[in-house]
Design a protein around this ligand. Structure first.
Ligand code: HEM
Length: 215
């Protein structure tokens, strides 16, 4: 039942809350949930036509603005909430790290690794120490990075660190495609800063750390 059917509340704040609730009950666009960072009609929102407005839902308190002023969050698969990610990190992640592509690195880039890295780091890598625990951290260059650019083996640089995104993909609130396009096998720092420079990627991806990026 809408607020209109129940009778409009006279209190302007109650009216606003009612409008927001009605908007949230409307079905979102198939597959993708686009949400407004500020209520419709606010001076901060872009001019939208009627159809666009009806596709959008209001979400109070959201923090991330995509280009154009509306959110482009995706609907995450069941079992892929922020809490589920936290559980994966603190279980499997802490024990063995959430990194793929190490075998390929050892097979294809051993000479480069030797040239760039401290022997202690390589020894730990060969003994199977999770890469996020290796000290001094592994040093990875552009040539190595570029070889890990597919969905099932994807490395990316954010602010000087190399992370494996393969486990994280399905947990990313912005979706897989945007990560693949902007990050796979390359430096995604610029794109990251554009969308949400305040996100604590270093905490979120702690156990996905491959090493540091060397230019
Ligand atoms: C690789 C490290 C990244 C991590 C750990 C990460 C993490 C996150 C988190 C936690 C959110 C939710 C933010 C919120 O609710 O306010 C988010 C949203 C989002 N991210 Fe990322 N992100 C990463 C990289 C990127 C990159 C490189 C892009 C763009 C090319 C991107 C695009 C987005 C978009 C579009 C959203 C949804 C925006 C919205 O809230 O409307 N992310 N990301």
């Amino acid at each position: 039942m809408t607020n209109l059917e129940m009778g409009e509340p006279s209190n302007p704040i109650a009216k606003r809350v009612g409008q927001a609730k009605d908007a949230l009950r409307r079905p979102a666009a198939p597959g993708v949930q686009r949400m407004l960072a500020v209520p419709l009609g606010s001076k901060l929102t872009p001019e939208l036509n009627h159809t666009e407005k009806s596709e959008l839902a209001i979400q109070a308190g959201c923090s991330t603005l995509g280009a154009g002023g509306y959110r482009s969050k995706v609907r995450l698969k069941p079992g892929h909430s922020a809490l589920d990610w936290h559980e994966l990190v603190s279980g499997k992640g802490k024990k063995q790290g959430l990194v793929v592509g190490i075998e390929k690195l050892l097979n294809e880039d051993f000479e480069r690794l030797q040239h760039l890295n401290h022997p202690q780091s390589l020894m730990q890598l060969q003994r199977g120490v999770p890469t996020y625990m290796i000290r001094p951290p592994l040093r990875i260059d552009k040539e190595m990075l570029q070889k890990h650019s597919s969905l099932d083996d994807c490395w990316c640089v954010i602010r000087g660190n190399v992370y494996c995104l393969t486990y994280y993909f399905d947990f990313h609130p912005g979706g897989v495609d945007i990560l693949l396009k902007n990050c796979a096998g390359k430096d995604g720092t610029k794109a990251f800063e554009k969308y949400h420079r305040w996100v604590s990627f270093d905490k979120l991806l702690e156990t996905c750390l491959v090493g540091v990026y060397v230019i």
